[in-house]
Design a protein around this ligand. Structure first.
Ligand code: ATP
Ligand code: MG
Length: 430
């Protein structure tokens, strides 16, 4: 039978030798989210298709072109989640989380699925880290969310991220703006790409987000949303800026940022890098006060962001930021003879219980091959057990790098104590 060795286009395997990189960034996500009072939420990888049609929006590229949708054997239309917000909001409604003291703060770390043209920083299966905050209209909340995102990128030591913010108003003031945009783009109707001709009818603000060069150029001359904000939206945007200033978070106002999803209101923002080419938006977010109502709930203001983990990792690489590789093996216990093999097995188990990364031979190698293996896997220390060592209850602990040897008791508790001390003092001396 032919070997199946090709993964689907636009997907990636995470190999054991690289997984520490993901674990490193994930640990920072968990820690920073918790520092900002967020708790993790996990929702299904698939949902009813209607959830995304309503929660992401029928006029978006995601819903119109990018969803992995299929009909189950039972006849239901199911979609693999293209983003994290809709599922998290559905769960909030289903479990009545809005009854908890407000604001409710949830974060997620999930895989997402979009049928897109794969290229650097654009995959069909990718991963997002996101934070969602419900139950507050206060601009201090918008600024807090943006500050949290920045804290994460700072901890990752990313250097060139710029924060661009905008306000796209509320349904009231946006109606006027839509009119102005439609008027402006209608004059160029014949020059627009087919998608934008459609956008002109359905959702003219989406035109500003078009990636086709000519349309992008036309968008530069389009009316700016900031000229159309109502008093409430203008005050809110001023508030967000004031709190960002107070927090010492630098930003530029970019009135062309509209975000790809339909449910945004007021604040929108992106963190962008120039280090990884065209797919430079590593994080996008904003406020979506209408989302919960759109999904059938009572009105509840909401805001959040999602960051693309692959793009963050690409940025770290591009900027030469090294993620520390963990030491996989502290100690290898070699053996000669059956008695020593039993002892190596028991001692290794005891050491592992004490949190020491120990190993011994489980593939039937001779002693020379065992020690070669220990060297290959980068064990820092080794011990060799034979009949003599078993009889005397002690052995020589060898530092694999310096060759230095120290006598050590084979009684597990004594071994653990001495080993821990030696390791600490030698690490300190390094
Ligand atoms: P883009 O304009 O690059 O298509 P988007 O507006 O569709 O992005 P969002 O829906 O806001 O992106 O998703 C949030 C983040 O998820 C993006 O900023 C990006 O970092 C990441 N992301 C989105 N789509 C992909 C993808 N296909 N592959 C990898 N990462 C992605
Ligand atoms: Mg997209």
């Amino acid at each position: 039978m032919a070997l199946i060795t090709k993964k689907p286009r636009g997907t990636e395997d995470l190999l054991p030798r690289d997984s520490y990189r993901w674990q490193f960034v994930e640990k920072i996500f968990h820690e920073e989210a918790e520092a900002y009072g967020y708790s993790e939420i996990r929702t299904p990888v698939f949902e009813h298709t209607e959830l995304f049609e309503r929660g992401v929006g029928n006029t978006t590229d995601v819903v119109q072109k990018e969803m992995y949708t299929f009909v189950t054997k039972g006849g239901d239309s199911i979609t693999l989640r293209p983003e994290g917000t809709a599922g998290a909001a559905r769960a909030l409604l289903e479990h009545g989380l809005f009854n908890d003291p407000l604001p409710v703060k949830n974060y997620y770390l999930t895989s997402c699925y979009r049928y897109e043209k794969p290229q650097a920083g654009r995959l069909r299966e990718f991963h997002q880290f996101g934070m969602e905050c419900y139950g507050t209209k206060d601009p201090a909340a918008d600024a807090e969310l943006i500050t949290a995102a920045k804290a994460i990128f700072d901890r990752l030591q990313i250097r060139d991220l710029r924060l661009e913010i905008n306000s796209i108003g509320c349904p009231t003031c946006r109606a006027e703006y839509h009119k102005a945009l439609t008027e402006y783009f209608s004059a160029y109707k014949d020059e627009l790409c087919d998608d934008c001709k459609d956008r002109l009818e359905r959702n003219p603000m989406r035109l500003l987000d078009c990636k086709v060069e000519h349309d992008h150029k036309l968008a530069e001359g389009a009316p700016t949303v900031l000229d159309y904000l109502c008093d409430e939206c203008r005050d809110h945007f001023d508030g967000v800026k004031a709190y960002l200033d107070a927090n010492g978070v630098e930003y530029t106002v970019n009135p062309k940022i509209v975000r790809g999803l339909d449910y945004y209101t007021k604040t929108v923002f992106e963190f962008i890098t120039d280090s990884i080419g065209a797919q430079g938006t590593v994080c996008g977010g904003g406020r979506y006060d209408g989302l919960i109502e759109e999904l059938g709930g009572n009105p509840l203001p909401a805001l959040g962001f999602a960051a693309g983990i692959e793009r963050l990792l690409l940025t770290l690489d591009a900027q030469g930021i090294v993620i520390p590789e963990p030491n996989r093996f502290d100690l290898f216990i070699g053996h000669m003879g059956d008695q020593a093999h039993l002892k190596a097995s028991a001692l290794t188990a005891a050491l592992r219980t004490a949190g020491i990364k120990a190993g011994f031979d489980i593939v039937g190698r001779g002693l020379r091959a065992q020690m070669k293996f220990a060297d290959k896997i980068g064990a820092k220390y080794s011990v060799v057990l034979g009949d003599n060592e078993i009889a005397e209850g002690k052995a020589k602990l060898k530092n694999m790098k310096s060759g230095e040897q120290t006598e050590i008791s084979l009684e597990p508790e004594a071994f653990i104590n001495s080993f821990t001390q030696i390791k600490l003092s030698e690490e300190f001396a390094e």
